[in-house]
Design a binder for this molecule. Structure first.
Ligand code: ZN
Length: 384
């Protein structure tokens, strides 16, 4: 048995991590605040990079994600596994412990389970999801976050009670990944479902996500990990070609006023005839957002700008009290974003669409799910 971390929840609480490929870690590291931030590393060199960073900066929070969910579908018999240099390896409890120990030996601040992808429940079959939690609950350690890489369909009203029940039954904090082709929160019932889940599960961290991190944390999520690139901002169903990449990088920036990521090419179109918006972050220092080219140094600078803006937003969230005050702050951000979309449309004389997910976030918040016992008594008509 391995010694736990004193209060893993305190290490996660209100912390915003940036999820980044091993080779980009050094680019963003200078912009990660030690008290409220940290890194999730992916890629083959994640263990080495993790050890290096933690040796240099022992107070930095750095963990790793083996991304098993992008490579293999979980089964009730083999919910955990790992791609190794010898091929795929299913993990039994001893194997799972060995991998988690390996992460800690490489100085990870806490361990993260290599959970395989959990598809939508077929006709109410929740056996795979239950198998993940059941096996994880056999781990005799308190230094681990259990990843649940789920299809977005688990957020629908019919499935949500099962997901809620399993997250509540887990003895460890849970890192939820939402998978979809495109933005999972563009799907019907998903934004509301996620809010309900965050309100219902106090040890939930939203993993591999985008600005949904802020909606989740406003609604009670313990913390979040935001992806540095588009493929790290939502879950991916396993495919043989996953992780190939090879696209020519192009600059994408977070436009904080719009609460949205945009390709710089889009901004250049918008601001062709009016003064482009400038940014006051540490990287931009008042320079305009349209300046980034396809050059590698600019793609890196665009990422650094985005990281700075994420932490700027997170600083504000962190300064609010959890509950109504935090939700009120988030609602104001969304109202401002709405105004900026309209301003931009009128100044540029173009259609600037207000994204569907931001519209969904402007709706009133749903209540928490009732606890299982309450739900059973509600299901029965009449007093028990
Ligand atoms: Zn900036």
């Amino acid at each position: 048995m391995r010694a736990g971390i004193e209060g893993i929840d305190e290490l996660l609480r209100d912390r915003l991590l940036i999820m980044v490929k091993d080779q980009s870690a050094i680019d963003v590291l200078p912009y990660i605040p030690a008290r409220t931030g940290g890194l999730v590393l992916t890629g083959a060199a994640a263990p080495v990079r993790c050890r290096e960073i933690r040796n240099t900066l022992p107070e930095a929070v750095v963990v790793m994600d083996h991304s098993s969910h992008t490579q293999q579908v979980a089964t009730a018999d083999a919910p955990f596994g790992l791609k190794t240099s010898y091929g795929w390896r299913d993990l039994d409890l001893a194997g799972l412990n060995e991998i988690l120990d390996g992460q800690r030996d490489n100085k990870a601040s806490y361990a993260v389970t290599p959970t395989c992808f959990i598809p939508a429940d077929q006709a109410g079959d929740t056996s795979v999801l239950k198998a993940v939690v059941r096996q994880a609950n056999l781990l005799r350690r308190q230094d681990t976050v259990v990843l649940l890489p789920c299809s977005w369909r688990w957020l629908r009203r019919s499935s949500l009670p099962h997901l809620t029940e399993q997250i509540r039954a887990c003895r460890h904090p849970v890192g939820l990944i939402m998978q979809a082709d495109g933005d999972p929160l563009d799907r019907a019932e998903a934004p509301e479902g996620l809010r309900q889940l965050c309100r219902s599960c106090p040890r939930l961290v939203l993993w591999r996500t985008d600005l949904a991190a802020f909606d989740a944390m406003a609604h009670g999520a313990l913390g979040a990990a935001v992806g540095a690139s588009a493929i790290l901002r939502h879950g991916m169903a396993p495919r043989p070609d996953n992780g190939g990449g090879g696209h020519k990088p192009y600059p994408v920036v977070l436009v904080r006023r719009l609460l949205r990521y945009h390709r710089v090419a889009t901004l250049q179109d918008w601001f062709a005839h009016i003064d482009p918006w400038a940014c006051d972050c540490t990287v931009c220092k008042g320079a305009v957002l349209t300046r980034f080219t396809d050059r590698e140094t600019d793609v890196v600078a665009a990422l650094q700008h985005t990281v700075c803006e994420l932490y700027g937003l997170h600083d504000e969230l962190d300064g609010t009290l959890p509950g109504d005050e935090r939700i009120g702050w988030w609602r104001q951000q969304l109202a401002d974003a709405w105004d900026y979309h309209r301003l931009l449309a009128s100044q540029t004389n173009t259609e600037v669409q207000f994204p569907r997910v931001l519209q969904a976030w402007r709706r009133p918040s749903p209540p928490a799910m009732p606890a299982a016992a309450e739900r059973r008594s509600q299901d029965q008509s009449g007093p028990s």
